[in-house]
Design a protein around this ligand. Structure first.
Ligand SMILES: CC(C)(COP(=O)(O)OP(=O)(O)OC[C@H]1O[C@@H](n2cnc3c(N)ncnc32)[C@H](O)[C@@H]1OP(=O)(O)O)[C@@H](O)C(=O)NCCC(=O)NCCS
Length: 161
């Protein structure tokens, strides 16, 4: 399969399963140099009953994933990780994963979605701003290499009861 064979009509977003672990961990390693989720942590999320990890699949393969953290005492959910396979970039996969995460957070009663992003991650910042996220603060010395994180937030439309 070449890098251009994905078309959006065969893109499917669904809860990840434990059988996706190898593919997700490979994607994690290929995408991030530092601040990676361990295989063990990913397995724990894939086993969690509330299914917080959503995958994007195309042609039977996992090409992206997003992980949503639901803290029990917060009105905000948080994007814990988001990655799209490098050769599948700029085709709307990240956008679809983020929209699915927003629905997931609403369905779990959260009214806001928050995330942190490296100050110099222009593609991710462009995606978040395009989908209506606002920068509301920063964390200094946030990443393994000491880089700063920008904090973004979006108010969610309540889920239909
Ligand atoms: C950030 C990331 C998830 C974006 O995924 P993607 O599937 O390529 O994004 P999409 O195709 O849905 O892009 C949606 C919009 O985001 C913006 N965008 C995405 N990639 C961009 C880039 N490289 N440069 C500029 N803008 C970009 C654009 O506005 C784009 O809309 P457009 O293509 O109509 O102009 C992906 O690049 C990735 O996995 N990066 C490495 C991991 C990472 O940084 N994760 C986020 C950590 S906070």
């Amino acid at each position: 399969m070449d890098g251009h064979s994905h078309n959006s009509s065969d893109l499917a977003i669904r809860a990840g399963m434990e059988t996706d672990l190898d593919a997700i961990y490979a994607l994690e390693c290929a995408t991030f140099e530092g601040d990676r989720l361990s295989r063990r942590a990913l397995r724990r999320f894939l086993r969690a009953s509330h299914r917080p990890l959503l995958t994007a699949r195309s042609g039977g393969r996992v090409i992206g994933y997003i992980l949503v953290s639901l803290s029990s005492r917060s009105a905000a959910a948080r994007i814990y990780s988001l990655a799209v396979q490098n050769d599948q970039g700029r085709r709307g996969v990240g956008r679809e994963l983020l929209i699915a995460a927003e629905r997931y957070a609403s369905a779990h009663g959260r009214s806001r979605l928050r995330l942190e992003v490296r100050y110099d991650n222009a593609p991710a910042i462009a995606l978040y701003e395009k989908l209506g996220y606002r920068c509301f603060g920063r964390h200094t010395d946030y990443y393994d290499d000491g880089a700063e994180a920008l904090r973004f937030e979006k108010a969610l439309i309540p889920a239909q009861k």
